[in-house]
Ligand binder design. Sequence first.
Ligand code: PLP
Length: 445
Amino acid sequence: MSDSQTNMQGEAQSLEHYWMPFTANRQFKSKPRLLAEAQGMYYKDTKGRSVLDGTAGLWCCNAGHGRKEISQAVSKQIHQMDYAPSFQMGHPLAFELAERLAQISPEGLNKVFFTNSGSESVDSALKIAINYHRARGESTRTRFIGRELGYHGVGFGGISVGGIGGNRKTFSQQLLPGVDHLPHTLDMQGNAFSRGMPKTGAEKADVLEQLVALHGAENIAAVIVEPMSGSAGVILPPEGYLQRLREITKKYGILLIFDEVITGFGRVGDAFASQRWGVTPDMITTAKALNNGAIPMGAVLIDDAIYDASMQGPDGIELFHGYTYSGHPVAAAAAIASLDIYQNEQLFERSRELEGYFEEAVHSLKGLPNIIDIRNIGLVGGIQFSPSEEGVGKRGFGIFEHCFANGTLVRATADIIAISPPLIIDKQQIDQIVNTLGDAIRAVG
Ligand code: PLP
């Protein structure tokens, strides 16, 4: 097994010390894929090969790479003030960014709590939900309802409300108590190869009524779902499903949290999926494209009513929660610059404009070997394969490797390939991704 690689300067570099996240470490280190530069739609690997970015990094870089506006804002801010304490102190940029986010968020979600990642946004939202109910004298409301196949990051809160078996099993005795799950909305029988939102399955939201009957509304703090599941392989909500969830949560005084860490900032053709589908939750969790992936940062967008109710107690700290780097000035500078780019270049709108072309392109793969479903919305597509005889995930990984070897980055989750390019992509680059994918699918079989 080779555990060294040549770095950009041509020197041998050891790979043995870094324990890589969500990575087959031994496999990777025997055959490394190392990226060294990024500009526009392209990465360059350490061998100087160009790689078309079909995944916006990891659903982060919606404005593409190497944006001067962002690096200049970061550079200016780090010179002016590198860090300011976040507890009992503030700095203007965090307030400015909160205001900017309130301007693009769904109506009523005008308060912002800053974090450093999607996982932290999720755990923060769960805590804010419990704190809100306590502040209103409903302290029995502590249970959460997540959904099968949901991904909400890797904190203990996130894996508890999450519904991906592999992320939970090792830690099964340490998961939060008092969590139940709705059924997932993937219906390969009824909805395979749907374009946009699947037509059937809204009634799956009605299972919430059963969970309320089982646990008692007075014990349930919040329901958390991704409006569209990204990590589990691009699983869309059936038409009317999110509306049903909203109606039922409202009826029982349960908060609804949309985890928009992936869908936020234009991915599905609006600032947030909430706006695309006309359903306003009580909180939205975000991260990733918030600052184009430039500096770790996340945020929870919160309804005024939650904030106001939480400000009613004795004067003092209202929420015993926060991070050293909440609203970090350099991350905030990157976020403001990113929001400027999104607005100036109308990238959320561009995602919707290109949706039709992108849809045709990804669905043109139908009929290639082993494809059992294709799903899409905005600038995200999922292509699902039957597992090979070698085991679950082998075919997906083979296709991912083949694409990378041929200059295109896609993402494999088990036997699903997800494509989610930067929103600056053009039609020719969409074709390039789909053509490389087609070749890979034929080659891997
Ligand atoms: N929530 C969702 C919906 C995500 O897709 C992710 C990451 O992909 C997270 C939370 C966790 O984000 P992070 O990896 O920044 O902690």
